[in-house]
Write a protein that binds this ligand. Structure first.
Ligand code: ZN
Length: 201
């Protein structure tokens, strides 16, 4: 363990920052120093934003999104297409789709994907509530926006089977060539999926 270069309060700040995804001990130290240098401009507003978020954050009782209101901003937005539910594994996926303006629909956060190896079964995910939302007469399509991994696709198949009796179209994201991607650099699985899912020009 390297010797501490600052008092325990600053060391604690660095340790906490180092727990953030994408920040190792070195960048946490740099971030802490930046915060300290920008005490008024950055550290104080950050501390108060953290406190407000801490007090107000809730999980949406309808879709599982994280927001400061329940039902969340997305669920209460009446301009969205009420006939489509996009099922995602995680809130991060919901936010990514929203950043991309990919679809104007409502969501359902499953809270992960089925993973027998890690002991994650259907009872650990918000699958029952998705099925019951899909049976609401207004819903016409469930889009399974899950990772193109074995666990993601296993989850997609499992949910598709459960939605067999619901009067909804079940779709999933296309697999294929990324925007700006070069064929030569793609792996064989992606290339053959792209070829199978080719669309009319
Ligand atoms: Zn919601």
């Amino acid at each position: 363990m390297p010797a501490a270069v600052a008092g325990p309060e600053i060391e604690r700040l660095i340790q906490l920052l180092a727990r953030l995804p994408g920040l190792g001990p070195r960048s946490a130290r740099r971030a802490a120093l930046h915060l300290i240098k920008k005490r008024e401009l950055l550290m104080a507003p950050l501390a108060s934003a953290l406190q407000v978020a801490m007090d107000k954050i809730q999980v949406c009782g309808v879709c599982g999104n994280i927001d400061t209101q329940n039902p969340c901003t997305v669920c209460t937005d009446t301009r969205r297409d009420q006939s489509i539910i996009v099922a995602v594994a995680d809130v991060a996926d919901l936010w990514a789709l929203e950043r991309a303006h990919a679809v104007s629909a409502r969501y359902h956060v499953l809270g992960g994907t089925l993973s027998p190896l890690d002991g994650v079964g259907p009872q650990d995910l918000a699958i029952d509530s998705l099925v019951s939302r899909a049976h609401d007469g207004a819903v016409k399509e469930v889009i399974l926006a899950l990772n193109a991994t074995v666990d993601g696709q296993t989850t997609a198949h499992y949910i598709t089977d459960l939605l067999h009796n619901a009067n909804v179209k079940v779709t999933r994201l296309a697999h294929g060539v990324p925007v700006g991607g070069e064929l030569d650099y793609l792996d064989e699985g992606t290339l053959s999926a792209a070829m199978r899912q080719r669309t009319l020009f």
